[in-house]
Design a protein around this ligand. Structure first.
Ligand code: NAD
Length: 258
C-alpha cells in the first residue's frame, strides 16, 4: 500500500461517486494524504460536499471551473493559505459539447473544438502553471491526468475527445520535460472504459464495454478503484523515477491487434 502521509493533494474532476477522480481521492485519503477537492458548479457542489464527509481527513473544498483563470488562481491561493504548498495534483476534468460527440467528426464546429481542447487539455497546462510553484516549495511533486486510447485509435463517437486526448498526452510529455528539473513528475493513466457521467455522453458506450470484455487479455472491464490503485503508484514515491509516461490501465486491451 502506498504511503502519502504528510502529503497535500488537489483533486479536480469529481462529479459524483462514479467519478474516477473520486476513486483516486478515496485511495489518496486512505494512504494518508490531506486533500483539496474542487467542484465545477453549484449543481455538483452538493455531491462533492457529501462525498467529502466520508473521507478520514476533512478536505478543503473549492469551486473551480477550469475554463476560468480567476478560479484557478483562487484555488492556488487557497492551497497556499491552507496547505502552504502542494505535493499531488489529479486532473480529471474533461468536456466536449454534445454536438461534437454525436455528429460526424468531419462536422466538428470551430467553437466546439475550442471548448473541448480548452476544458480537457489547456486546463492541465493552466493548473500546472498555478501549482508548480507550490510543488517546487516541497522540492517536487506529482501531476496526474486521465486519458483514453481514443488518442491513438478511432473509437465510434469519441471524435473531438480523441483529438483532445492526443493533445493531452503530448502536453504530459512537454510538461514533464520542463518541470522535471524541479523534481515535479507529470504522467497520465489511460483507463479502459468505465461507466461514469462523462462516459454516458458517448453513444454506443455499452458496445465499447462489451468489446473490451471479449477481447482484452484479462477478459473483463476494469473498475475505477483499479485506476486509483495505478494512480497511487504514480502519485507516491513508488513511482519516483517515472515521468512523461502514459500508463495503460485497460486490462491489456491496447496490446491486441484484433
Ligand atoms: P466524470 O464525468 O465523473 O468526470 C469528468 C469531470 O470533468 C466531472 O467532474 C466534471 O465536473 C469535470 N468538468 C467538466 N467540465 C469542467 C470544467 N469546465 N471545469 C472543471 N471541471 C469540469 O467522468 P470520468 O469518466 O470519471 O472522467 C474523468 C477523466 O477520465 C476524464 O478526463 C475522462 O476523459 C477520463 N477517462 C474516462 C474513461 C471512462 O471510460 N469513464 C476512460 C478513460 C479516461
Amino acid at each position: 500500500m502506498s504511503d502519502l502521509s504528510g502529503k497535500h493533494g488537489l483533486i479536480v474532476g469529481i462529479a459524483n461517486e462514479r467519478s474516477i477522480a473520486w476513486a483516486i481521492a478515496q485511495a489518496a485519503d486512505r494512504a494518508g494524504a490531506r486533500l483539496a477537492l474542487t467542484y465545477v458548479n453549484e449543481r455538483l457542489e452538493g455531491n462533492v460536499r457529501k462525498l467529502a464527509e466520508t473521507l478520514t481527513q476533512p478536505p478543503l473544498i473549492l469551486p473551480c471551473d477550469v475554463s476560468q483563470d480567476d478560479q484557478i488562481a483562487a484555488v492556488a491561493a487557497g492551497l497556499d493559505r491552507e496547505f502552504g504548498g502542494l505535493d499531488l495534483l489529479v486532473h480529471g476534468a474533461a468536456f466536449a459539447p454534445r454536438e461534437a460527440i454525436t455528429q460526424p467528426f468531419l462536422q466538428t464546429a470551430r467553437g466546439d473544438f475550442q471548448i473541448a481542447l480548452d476544458v480537457s487539455v489547456y486546463s492541465l497546462v493552466a493548473l500546472a502553471q498555478a501549482t508548480a510553484p507550490l510543488m517546487a516549495r516541497r522540492e517536487g511533486g506529482s501531476l496526474l491526468t486521465l486519458t483514453y486510447l481514443g488518442s491513438e485509435r478511432v473509437f465510434p463517437n469519441y471524435n473531438v475527445m480523441g483529438v483532445a486526448k492526443a493533445a493531452l498526452e503530448a502536453s504530459v510529455r512537454y510538461l514533464a520535460s520542463e518541470l522535471g528539473p524541479e523534481q515535479i513528475r507529470v504522467n497520465a493513466i489511460s483507463a479502459g472504459p468505465i461507466r461514469t457521467l462523462a462516459a454516458a455522453g458517448i453513444s454506443g458506450f455499452s458496445d465499447i464495454l462489451s468489446v473490451y470484455r471479449e477481447r482484452a487479455p484479462l477478459r473483463r472491464n476494469i473498475e475505477a478503484g483499479e485506476v486509483a490503485d495505478a494512480a497511487m503508484f504514480l502519485l507516491s514515491d513508488a513511482g519516483r523515477a517515472v515521468t512523461g509516461e502514459v500508463l495503460l490501465a485497460d486490462g491489456g486491451y491496447h496490446a491486441m491487434g484484433l
